[in-house]
Design a protein around this ligand. Structure first.
Ligand SMILES: Cc1cc2nc3c(=O)[nH]c(=O)nc-3n(C[C@H](O)[C@H](O)[C@H](O)COP(=O)(O)O)c2cc1C
Length: 176
């Protein structure tokens, strides 16, 4: 492909970074950490792919799109829940409330968690979330709730390179 693509990511514990690396390699794209992005350089790209971890129902780092004039972008999220039975509508609306600035498409991948590596703040947040979820009646548990309960206190890694295929195909089709 002769197009210039940037894969930008924000990740606390490297699972989003892992997906960003796989995607950038597959597409021959530049790989840039969100905090290292020079907004003025983004207009040289034909397409921006942004990946952010899911934290408390939102995608981290998406302020990039309110601070820049990037209008052609694809989003991927990385969270704990299994994308097969997770509804991302709320997270997408929370992260992209502006109707005139929406991604071309969004993709959702499964990350992981290692409680021994969580920051003090994140550990406490998960404790709080875990307590709230544990009080819910079973039929009301969402896929995200279940993922929190099932993995609480553990180290799990669900990252899967093959899951990037639909995103890679979509981008190739868009830039054809
Ligand atoms: C404080 C906290 C809040 C989280 N909130 C969510 C969430 O709302 N939805 C979800 O699917 N995963 C949630 N997770 C799990 C992360 O999205 C998951 O660990 C992901 O792989 C992290 O990406 P990273 O390694 O790139 O930071 C949360 C994790 C922490 C520590």
């Amino acid at each position: 492909m002769n197009h210039k693509i940037a894969v930008i990511y924000q990740s606390y514990y490297d699972t989003t970074k892992q997906y960003a690396k796989w995607i950038s390699k597959e597409l021959g794209a530049d790989l840039i950490e969100r905090n290292m992005v020079l907004l003025s350089t983004l207009n040289k790209y034909d397409l921006v792919i942004y990946g952010g971890g899911l934290y408390v129902g939102g995608i981290i780092g998406v302020d990039l799109f309110s601070k820049s004039s990037v209008s052609r972008f694809v989003i991927f999220t990385v969270g704990l829940a299994d994308p097969k039975d997770t509804d991302y509508a709320k997270a997408m609306t929370k992260s992209f409330p502006n109707q005139s600035n929406q991604p071309l498409q969004s993709f959702h991948f499964r990350g992981g968690i290692d409680y021994s590596k969580l920051s003090f703040m994140h550990r406490n947040l998960m404790k709080l979330l875990g307590k709230m979820v544990a009080k819910k009646p079973l039929p009301e548990l969402t896929s995200e709730n279940k993922a929190i309960l099932e993995t609480y206190g553990k180290r799990v890694n669900f990252t899967d390179k093959s899951s990037i295929e639909p995103l890679v195909s979509f981008v190739k089709e868009v830039l054809k």
